[in-house]
Design a protein around this ligand. Structure first.
Ligand code: IFM
Length: 469
């Protein structure tokens, strides 16, 4: 591929970072008082994850975090987004706090700061304490929003003196759709009404957690990381266009609209019905300091005779499809960023996830990832040129990790993790990104246009009479 990224085009002070998630990298699932999350139970249920793989060990980051922070420093990162495992902090979901769990994130935060990397903790990246789910007190239950706020209080009271950039949720749309509507992810529920319950509880939990963060963390910068993917109809029929509108509501609007504007769109308002109680929208809408965008691909929608009226469709024939089955389409990234800018003006945007998967053997060059990043960073810069206020880019992901229902087959890291030896090896994409980050920080020299120089100032300009005969 001949396309390159012009490092000088990144805005001054642009933040480079990486994102990960607790269950995907930590391992140590039964150490120091951690209790099972819904993902422990789900991954240990036969048939739920490919090859029966689990996050029991994952990248063993729990024990190797210091080495990983060293790798982040070498890569040149400004920021690191990690998630906190709720069942390490409050193992049963409510009640007793587990101090050793807090100590782990304390050590991680300190070691990041020591390395000059800003910690960006995310309170929820999908590992709900299983005890809550088993008791029917998970996201389907309104009271879970209060349990989440208590958990947020415990965590921010401990880390808030050092960590200033906080996220409430990672991809609330993805875990509610895949976990409660389709049942492909934990906790494996597939029920439209339960999904709708979960949507509203998660929104309430976000609002309550924002209030807690604001009061516990001086100078907090609060955001979240929804997955924003433009939705296209699979065909131009009226039915598929309507399906695209519904999927757009479920995927892109169900959380961002109430969180930023304090209202659901008409589709969600109607379907949520009397789940919305007086005062709820005020609770949900709390001031945010920035908006995160996790982006991978556009989505395609098709009309369906099911409870939602739509289903996800395959990308069009001939599209550039990744190992995940996703359409790699950089212009759609520009579209997504411009759409977010228009809908949520005034909120600086950070890309909180972007990347692609491979299944390459050790030592093989991950050119596909370099190409993906090249295309998507150029798409980001195009959005900036068109007015999007994008301030940073956090890759998904730092290292290969547990990719949920796909287990360890698909690798998203710029650092390879050997899941037998747990050895970390930087890939070609790591070196490429490291060089780009370094170049983007080089001092900018503004060269005046040539026409501004009077001819006599050009030192080696040959005198008119010195022309050869
Ligand atoms: O691995 C996931 C991550 O947990 C959430 N966003 C998408 C990534 C790739 O599928």
């Amino acid at each position: 591929m001949s396309e390159t990224v012009d490092a000088a085009r990144f805005p001054e002070g642009f933040i480079w970072g990486a994102s990960t998630a607790s269950y995907q990298i930590e391992g140590a699932v039964d150490e120091d008082g951690r209790a099972p999350s819904i993902w422990d139970t789900f991954s240990h249920t036969p048939g739920k994850v490919e090859r029966g793989e689990t996050g029991d060990t994952a990248c063993d980051h729990y024990h190797r975090y210091a080495q990983d922070v060293g790798l982040m420093k070498t890569l040149g990162l400004d920021a690191y987004r990690f998630s906190i495992a709720w069942p390490r902090i409050i193992p049963e979901g409510t009640g007793e706090v587990n101090e050793p769990g807090l100590d782990f994130y304390d050590r991680l935060t300190d070691s990041l700061l020591e390395a000059g990397i800003e910690p960006w903790p995310c309170l929820y990246h999908w590992d709900l304490p299983d005890a809550l789910h088993m008791a029917g007190k998970g996201w389907e239950d309104r009271a879970c929003a209060d349990a989440f706020a208590d958990y947020a209080n415990t965590v921010t009271a401990r880390l808030g003196d050092r960590a200033k950039t906080w996220l409430t949720f990672n991809e609330p749309n993805v875990f509610s759709i895949f976990g409660y509507l389709i049942g492909y992810h934990a906790p494996g529920v597939s029920d439209h009404e339960t999904f709708l319950d979960a949507v509203h509880t998660v929104n309430l939990a976000h609002g309550k957690a924002c209030q807690v963060i604001r009061s516990n963390v001086p100078n907090a910068r609060i955001g979240l990381a929804p997955n924003m993917q433009p939705v296209r109809p699979a065909t131009p029929t009226i039915a598929d266009r309507e399906a695209a509108r519904i999927l757009d509501s479920y995927w892109n609007r169900a959380f961002a609209e109430p969180m930023v504007h304090g209202r659901y769109d008409p589709i969600m308002t109607k379907r949520l019905g009397d789940r919305i109680k007086p005062g709820d929208m005020e609770t949900i809408r709390q001031p945010l300091d920035w908006f995160g965008v996790n982006y991978y691909s556009p989505l395609y929608a098709k009309a369906a005779r099911n409870s939602t009226g739509m289903k996800m469709a395959d990308p069009p024939l001939g599209a550039d499809i990744s190992l995940m089955g996703w359409h790699a389409d950089p212009p759609s990234f520009t579209d997504a960023l411009l759409d977010v800018s228009k809908r949520y003006p005034g909120l600086p945007i950070y890309i909180t996830e972007n990347g692609t998967a491979d299944a390459l053997p050790a030592g093989e060059r991950d050119q596909n990832r370099i190409d993906y990043y090249t295309g998507h960073l150029n798409a980001l810069l195009n959005a900036v040129d068109k007015g999007a206020d994008v301030r940073g880019y956090l890759i998904w992901s730092l290292m290969d990790n547990f990719e949920w229902a796909l287990g360890y087959r698909t690798r998203f890291g710029v650092i390879r993790c050997d899941f037998d030896t747990l050895e970390r090896t930087p890939k070609a994409s790591h070196d490429w990104l490291q060089a780009l980050i370094a170049q983007s920080r080089e001092p900018r020299v503004e060269e005046p246009p040539v026409s501004e120089f009077p001819a006599s100032d050009i030192p080696d300009a040959a005198p008119a009479d010195s022309e050869p005969d």
